[in-house]
Design a protein around this ligand. Structure first.
Ligand code: SAM
Length: 258
C-alpha cells in the first residue's frame, strides 16, 4: 500500500476555522439519544464500565453523556482550537491532549476507545485508517472495545453533493457541498462560510465496509459488529446488515484479536 509522504493537514485547518461555532452549528445532534442506542450494543459485547479514551473528542460533546454516567475520560484531538472549546466546559474534569489519531500515543489502558462523529472519514490518506486503528488497539485494556462510525454514500450524497442546501445550513452559516455526485471510496469536499468565521473546506473520505474490515484485521483487531444507523421518529435505530443507501452511518465495534 502506498504511504502518504506527509500527513494530510486539511482536517486540522478546517476545524481551527470551525471550532468557535461547532457546538452551535451541531446543536441538533442529540448525543444522549445516540449513546442510548450505542451503549446497549457495546454491552452485548461485554463492555465493562471504566475508562474511555475519546479520540477526535472535539469540543467534548460525545463524552459528556459518559461523564454523567461516571466514566473516567481522557479526550484527545488533532485540533487545538476544538480542545480549547472543550477546556472551557470540562477543565478539571477531563484531561485533554492534542494528538493525531494516525500517530496515537499510548495514554493507558481503556475499557472503551472510540472515535465518534465522522472522525474516521477525515482520514483521507492511504494507510491512515490502519495507523489509526493500530493506535486505538494499543490503548485497549484487556477485553476492551473499540467503537467508531463511518458515513455512508447516502450521507455523502445529502451533505457533499447537494450544493447549497437549506437543510445543511444553520443560522447565518452555510454548508455547501462541492460535489456533483459521489462514488464508492471517493474523497468529497464541502465549504463552510458565513458570519465571522473564515470560509473553509471539509474534506471527508468514504470508507467501504470491506476496506474497514481489512484495516481492522491488519491492526490486529477483530470486527464484532457492523450496524447500519438511521433515524426513525427522531430516534436512532441500529440495524443489521448495514446498507449504504438506507443508512446514513455504519457503526463498527471491534476488539483485540485472540
Ligand atoms: C465532526 S468532529 C467530531 C468531534 C466529536 N467527536 C463530536 O462528536 O462532537 C471531528 C473531529 O475529528 C477531529 N480530527 C480530524 N482528524 C483527526 C486526526 N487525524 N486525529 C485526531 N482528531 C482528528 C477534528 O479535529 C474534529 O474535532
Amino acid at each position: 500500500m502506498k504511504e502518504s509522504a506527509a500527513p494530510d493537514d486539511s482536517a486540522r485547518l478546517a476545524y481551527e476555522a470551525f471550532a468557535s461555532i461547532y457546538d452551535d452549528f451541531n446543536h441538533l445532534n442529540d448525543y444522549e439519544m445516540w449513546l442510548g442506542a450505542l451503549l446497549p450494543e457495546l454491552e452485548r459485547y461485554g463492555l465493562r464500565k471504566g475508562r474511555l479514551l475519546d479520540v477526535g473528542c472535539g469540543t467534548g460533546r460525545a463524552f459528556e453523556p459518559m461523564l454523567r454516567r461516571g466514566w473516567e475520560i481522557l479526550g484527545c484531538d488533532l485540533t487545538p482550537g476544538m480542545l480549547a472549546q472543550a477546556r472551557r466546559k470540562f477543565a478539571g474534569a477531563v484531561p485533554l491532549e492534542v494528538a493525531d489519531i494516525r500517530a496515537l500515543p499510548v495514554f493507558g489502558e481503556f475499557e472503551l476507545v472510540w472515535a465518534l462523529n465522522d472522525v474516521i472519514n477525515y482520514l483521507v490518506g492511504e494507510g491512515d485508517l490502519e495507523r489509526a486503528l493500530a493506535g486505538m488497539r494499543a490503548n485497549l485494556a484487556p477485553g476492551g472495545l473499540i467503537l467508531f462510525d463511518a458515513n455512508t454514500l447516502s450521507l455523502f450524497e445529502a451533505s457533499f453533493a447537494s450544493g447549497d442546501d437549506e437543510r445543511m445550513s444553520v443560522g447565518e452559516w452555510r454548508w455547501v457541498g462541492q460535489e456533483k455526485g459521489v462514488e464508492v471510496g471517493g474523497i468529497f469536499a464541502a465549504q463552510v462560510s458565513g458570519g465571522e468565521i473564515e470560509p473553509h473546506v471539509h474534506q471527508e473520505r468514504h470508507w467501504t465496509e470491506d476496506q474497514i474490515r481489512v484495516a481492522i484485521e491488519s491492526a490486529g483487531l477483530e470486527m464484532v459488529a457492523a450496524l447500519g444507523q438511521r433515524e426513525v421518529d427522531l430516534q436512532v435505530v441500529l440495524e443489521r446488515p448495514p446498507d449504504e443507501r438506507n443508512h446514513y452511518k455504519v457503526i463498527y465495534i471491534a476488539r483485540a484479536a485472540e
